[in-house]
Each structure stands twice: as C-alpha cells, then as structure tokens.
Design a protein around this ligand. Structure first.
Ligand SMILES: [Mg+2]
Length: 433
C-alpha cells in the first residue's frame, strides 16, 4: 500500500460563507490522503482531515509522518485487526509526544484511519454506515480502544448496549432507506451575512424543507439578539433555532449572554466557551437550562467526551469525524453518548464533513442510539460538487448513501484545481467564490 497526500484549499473566505465569531475568514481545506493498493480491482482508500487554510501543510506533514504505519501493509491484514491498526497509529513511541491523541497529530490520525475504513467498506462493497451496522457487537467492540474510558464504559457495557439495540434494527434500516435522516442547516446564519439578508435566507431554508436552523452568535450581544429575533420572527415559534458561539465567551459571559438570548427560545447553545473547560461547560449548563448545551467539534478525544458526559455538561454530543481519531474513536464516543442517553448530532459543514457525518448518524440510528428523537445531522451546502459521491439532501433530510466507502473521495479535477499553492484556482485572477 502507498500513501499519496494532498494539500487542498478552497478559497471560500471571499464570500463570507463559513464565518463565525472565531473563524472570520476560513478557506475550507483538507489534508487529504489516498491509500493506493495492489488489489486486483485497483481499490484506493481515501481520508481527509478538515482544516481552514493556513496550516494545512502542517497536517499533511503529520499524515506523512504516520504513513509508515500503513505503507507496505497488506490490506486484508490491516482491516482484519482494525483495533490493532488504530492502536499502532496512536501509540507510535515518538509521534505520541506530539499529542497525545490531540492536536495536529490526532487530526492526521483521523485522515489515515478514515482512509483505512473507506478501503474496508469498499472491499466489503458497502457504504460505511451499512458496513458498521452489519458488524456484530463483538466485531465493533474489537475496534474500540477502551483505554482511559473503561472506568465509565467497559467492553461488556458496550456489548450489552449493542445487543440491546439489535431489536428493531432491520425496521430502522428500512425507515432510513425510505425517509433518510433528519438534517438541520447552518447555511442561513453565518456571522458575515448582512442582517437584511437573513429573512430571505431563513425563508429559503424553510422552503427547502428544513425545520431546524442555526445562527452564529458571539459577536456584539445587541447585534446577536437583533439577528436572532429576525430569524425567530421569520421561522415562527414551531421551527427550531439553535445558536452557535464558536467558543467566543468566558464562562460568566456565556451565562449572561445566553440568558439574554433565551428570549428567542434557542433549542441549543453550541460551544458557549472553550471546549476543554469541562467544569465551565457544566456550570453553564446548570445556569442556562432549559436551553441545551451542545459541544464537540473541537472536543479532541474520547477522554474529554467521557468527562463532559460524566459531569452532565452537555445535552448534545457534536462529535467530529476527523477531530476524533477517525472511525474507531467515533465508535467509542457514540457508545459513551448512548450510555448517558445524550443524542449524537455530529458536527458537519466545512469540506467533506457532511459526507462523513451522515454515515455516523445513520449507523447510530440503525445500530446504537436506535432513535430519531432529537437526533439531527448538521448540513451546510458547500463544496459537495467536488466529491465523487456527494451527499444527497432532500426535503431537509440526508438520503442514505449507497456507494461503497466513506463518501470522502475528491474528484481528480478538483484536486488539481484546488491543490495549494500550485492549483489553477490559487493563481488565476478569477478565483471562484
Ligand atoms: Mg459549530
């Protein structure tokens, strides 16, 4: 097996799309890896980790540092022991110092691990959600690293949860294939969008079938409230409106701001403060109920999620498929959330995150959480045209992917055009918005 890496950057900053309180000018990017094999069908596994511009080259370098753990490996052997493959990557005796299990090295781990799972799903000729749903509880548990979470979730607990969720599984799969999985949209409410455009954007979201919208806050509080009122007035009392502060506030400031914004009846407040402040998030949650607290896109590993859940600091688990160390660690967090009865509503958007996240939501519904109650997967309508198997969203729902793999393969022509810094889009005068 060979690993071919790419630094891919889309010049999104110019349109204001993707802007929030902390990330004002994101150029949605990916540190991307293709694991090429000698398999007779020419199978290649694809994985990426999401970045927002400068620094993508650092992630690419980290992927290259990890690559020797898979380069030259036999594909069948690699996927036969996915738990062991993950352990080898995260316990590299020298690279581990760079984390452990956090930061750039963990983002890179996710790209490689997800590429291995993409390859596995392609070998099995199943979309990833279906591959995971069809694994036995024992096979799934064998993929999970229980170190540092075993005090709260043992392999036996996980097995019991998974066995319990087997009841009704085929009915849920049929429902999923028929109806899709509920999505909510972030596209109407970026912080950089002028106030006067919000009603039209919110109406367009409702017309597309969404019943749950999200608005970026964490700017000037008066302006946040004004913008939130506009969206609430436009969508009426029965649709859901969530707010996302992207870590803009300190703990006390968050409590005060949310108490003001409570006027618009938010469904959740997302990332009110630092994702590492487990105690602070717990305090905020106590102070702002019944507004739910959501976080996860920057929660770096299963250990922090364990603490957030243990302390009752979050109502919504927004795990990210390439912030955590790829599918193996996502499985751990999905099971932790199920144990605490907290719904998983994965973080998505960016580039490729919707393609990833849909699989996790669908697997969770079919085989773990076994419910659609308050489960919703984020949707942002960006950059899907660059993927070979893009998400399909209709009437506010993700339709279940059917092509084998993890849906993360980028079209070769897009890789060429948006490669940084040599792709045509980076030196032409006419940069696409
Ligand atoms: Mg967010």
């Amino acid at each position: 097996m060979r690993a071919v890496t790419s630094d891919v950057r889309f010049p999104t900053a110019r349109s204001g799309a993707g802007s929030d309180a902390m990330n004002r000018d994101p150029d949605y990017s990916a540190a991307y890896v293709a694991l090429e094999t000698d398999h007779p069908e020419g199978l290649t596994g694809h994985g990426l980790t999401f970045t927002i511009g400068r620094g993508t080259e650092v992630c690419v370098a980290a992927i290259e540092a990890l690559a020797p753990h898979v380069v030259g490996a036999d594909v069948e052997e690699l996927v036969e022991d996915l738990g062991g493959s993950w352990r080898r990557l995260v316990t590299d005796t020298q690279l581990r110092w760079l984390g452990p299990e956090k930061g750039v090295i963990h983002l890179a781990t996710a790209a490689v691990v997800n590429a291995v799972w993409d390859l596995y799903a392609k070998l099995e000729r199943k979309p990833l959600w279906k591959l995971l749903s069809d694994l036995t509880p024992e096979q799934l548990v064998a993929c999970i690293d229980f170190s540092y979470i075993e005090d709260v979730l043992t392999p036996d607990d996980a097995l019991e949860l998974l066995h319990r969720s087997r009841a009704g599984k085929s009915e849920r799969e049929a429902t999923l294939l028929r109806d899709g999985f509920p999505a909510y949209t972030t596209s109407a409410g970026w912080l950089g969008y002028p106030e006067q455009t919000l009603p039209e954007r919110a109406r367009a979201a409702l017309a597309d079938g969404f019943t749950h919208l999200k608005l970026k806050v964490g700017g000037d509080l008066e302006s946040d409230l004004r913008r939130a009122r506009i969206i609430r007035e436009t969508i009426g009392p029965d649709n859901r409106l969530s707010l996302d502060a992207n870590q803009a506030w300190g703990v006390q400031q968050a409590i005060e701001a949310i108490n003001v914004l409570a006027e618009v009846d938010p469904w959740w407040i997302e990332e009110p403060t630092s994702p590492d402040d487990v105690l602070g998030l717990a305090r905020i949650r106590d102070a702002v109920a019944p507004v739910r607290v959501a976080t996860g896109e920057h929660v770096q590993n299963r250990v922090i999620f364990k603490q957030l859940l243990q302390l009752g600091a979050i109502d919504v688990c927004q795990l990210d498929c390439c912030r955590l160390g790829g599918v193996n660690e996502v499985l751990a967090v999905v099971l932790l959330a199920a144990k605490f009865g907290v719904p998983v509503c994965p973080h998505a958007g960016g580039v490729g995150l919707c393609e990833y996240a849909q699989h996790v939501s669908m697997f969770d519904y079919v085989a773990v959480g076994a419910s659609l109650d308050d489960r919703v997967c984020e949707f942002v309508d960006h950059l899907h045209e660059h993927f070979v198997d893009p998400v399909r969203v209709a009437r506010g729902r993700y339709l279940a992917p059917t092509a084998p793999g993890y849906s993360i393969e980028i079209k070769p022509e897009s890789l060429a055009e948006f490669a940084f810094p040599d792709g045509a889009s980076w030196w032409s005068e006419e940069v696409p918005a």
